[in-house]
Design a protein around this ligand. Sequence first.
Ligand code: NAD
Ligand code: UD1
Length: 337
Amino acid sequence: MRVLVTGGAGYIGSHTLLELMAQGHEVCVLDNYSNATPEVLNRVRSLSNGTVTDFTGDVRDPAMLDEVMQNFRPDAVIHFAGLKAVGESEEKPLVYYDVNVGGTLALLHAMDRVNCRKIIFSSSATVYGEPVYLPYDEAHPTAPMSVYGQSKLMAENILTNWAKATPDASSVLLRYFNPVGAHHSSRIGEDPKDIPNNLMPFIAQVAVGKRDALTVFGDDYDTPDGTGLRDYIHVVDLARAHVAALNYAENATGARPFNIGTGQSYSVRDMVAAFERACGHTIPTKLAPRRAGDIAAMQADATRASQELGWNAEHGLDDMTASTWAWQSANPNGYDS
Ligand code: NAD
Ligand code: UD1
């Protein structure tokens, strides 16, 4: 298929481009580089030996979208472009709604203008909010606790209404758990611009000597070792879930959410221990109070993705930490290395 990938120069998008090309799909990227660098696409091209058409522009810009649609004529769109920092979303709610909700609306309008009917959307497990039960299945109530989570849920609702009202349309809503890891080549990976918000890139920067110690946010949760439990998913497994979703969308109509996680959860202490095994030295830690807005535990029931998409996670914890370490140590300053 001809697949337009918005936000394709980002962390998950870049890994997905490689998996799409490996399966024979043609790809085109639209990215405004607000959280990426064009160097990413150079590396994707050299790793794949393939063609990546790219447009620099904003997903909220109708004229830009029309240019992309007219030139590339996609059969389907994978929509990664968006903002993802929870703390920042509380400080800049209008920016988050504008990009995450407004961007999705503008994209659907542009798709309608060229009769493109298939979309895969980057949603998040954060749409569930405080667990009523675990593991979360897709029927779990949605009650996001941040502006970021609200913006993802609003976009899901718009995509659901669009798919219902549009003949032959399919919206596949992928609710990611915690993506970590890097491509086995160590040429692409996660490269946060500022101080990392998330656990794994922070540990990686401590391991490589860029930061002194990991701050553990709370060890008084009701979990076996008192630290937060999360369902970490290798980014290559996540990328492959998009290829599976694309195959599904080809013959599907309507909207359907899917959890994309492994169904296993690990604590902060588990992650530190696994990273120490990968890098071969101690990761210094210090304890601090709980981070505002954090919950004790999250875990996916990914049965639906297995049964309906034919997708299963293949990489375990040691693959996640080893590939992160390989990427971080080969590129201590990310794409600026
Ligand atoms: P990322 O920031 O690396 O990638 C997003 C890409 O979109 C970047 O290349 C950025 O430059 C681009 N972009 C942002 N705003 C844009 C705009 N207005 N127009 C065009 N391009 C724009 O993030 P990621 O981790 O790869 O996440 C991709 C998607 O997955 C996001 O929508 C994010 O909310 C969602 N998601 C991420 C996680 C995670 O932990 N990484 C978890 C759940 C969901
Ligand atoms: C965070 C977001 C969530 C988003 C997800 C994307 C918050 C409150 N939640 O989730 O909405 O979908 O990222 O992956 O920001 N931790 C530390 N020290 C650190 C960083 C994290 O102890 O420096 C702990 C956290 O308290 C948590 C675990 O590590 O228990 C994972 O944290 P993180 O990687 O930020 O992911 P989430 O909190 O699950």
